[in-house]
Design a protein around this ligand. Structure first.
Ligand SMILES: C[S@@+](CC[C@H](N)C(=O)[O-])C[C@H]1O[C@@H](n2cnc3c(N)ncnc32)[C@H](O)[C@@H]1O
Length: 224
């Protein structure tokens, strides 16, 4: 998707993807990543997600990125968090206690920003992108994310011919193809979410699954 697409979505309040509560898969599965308090966590394409706040409240240091300044500002205002800002390279960095929120383009991020990241929470990031862009998203992960970082990924699967994305359907095969170069991938859970998403029933979907994966560096690579 072009950046204008997302700026328009935010400007027009078309943010059906936003959840007013912390993501339930994050709550349910985060412990499985077995991370030390104080670890740095990366939240890509973050919107104004409550997940950032929850991660901070669990004692983690969150690095988030979001294209829309409207979303970043809304995050701090709606959660009543004070912040400072700094313009650095292509980004405006909004800082609050244990949160560094980069306003700018994910594809402009550099390795130094991510040097200490121990885990990624991707909800509605990979699936926000069309197929070619998903490949670039993963290439960028390879470029900037430390090898040892774990990833908790939430995807959606539905018959792609029934609806144009975003959100896009990202099948298990594709997750494996994208990430099997480095990661051991475990499917933690799949859940039929169509009944609780009338807006997708209205768009003609007959099936919609959410799948949750945890990924970590393959043992064969970590021994190298
Ligand atoms: C589907 S929303 C998901 C937001 C959030 N993860 C959540 O769960 O609510 C995708 C978000 O990614 C942002 N986005 C899209 N492309 C981006 C890019 N290249 N860099 C940074 N953010 C981007 C959009 O503005 C949008 O807020």
């Amino acid at each position: 998707m072009e950046t204008d697409f997302w700026h328009e979505r935010w400007k027009n309040g078309q943010i059906g993807f936003h959840q007013d509560e912390t993501n339930e898969y994050l709550l349910k599965h985060w412990e499985k990543l077995d991370l030390k308090q104080g670890s740095f966590i990366f939240v890509p394409m973050a919107g104004k997600s409550k997940d950032i706040l929850w991660l901070k409240e669990q004692g983690f240091q969150v690095i988030a990125i979001e294209l829309s300044e409207q979303a970043v500002k809304a995050f701090f205002e709606e959660n009543k968090l004070s912040f400072t800002t700094e313009q650095k390279n292509d980004f405006i960095i909004y800082r609050s206690d244990n949160i560094e929120f980069y306003c700018g383009n994910y594809f402009d991020l550099t390795k130094d920003v991510m040097a200490n990241v121990k885990a990624v929470f991707d909800r509605a990031s990979l699936i926000a992108m069309p197929p070619a862009m998903r490949k670039l998203y993963k290439l960028k992960i390879n470029e900037i994310l430390p090898d040892s970082a774990k990833i908790l990924l939430v995807t959606m699967e539905y018959p792609q011919q029934q609806m144009d994305g975003p959100p896009f359907s990202v099948l298990e095969n594709e997750v494996n193809e994208l990430f099997c170069d480095k990661y051991e991938i475990a499917l933690l859970e799949e859940f039929d979410v169509l009944a609780e998403n009338p807006r997708f029933i209205d768009k003609g979907l007959t099936k919609m699954l959410e799948k949750v994966y945890v990924m970590q560096l393959k043992a064969s690579i970590s021994k190298e």
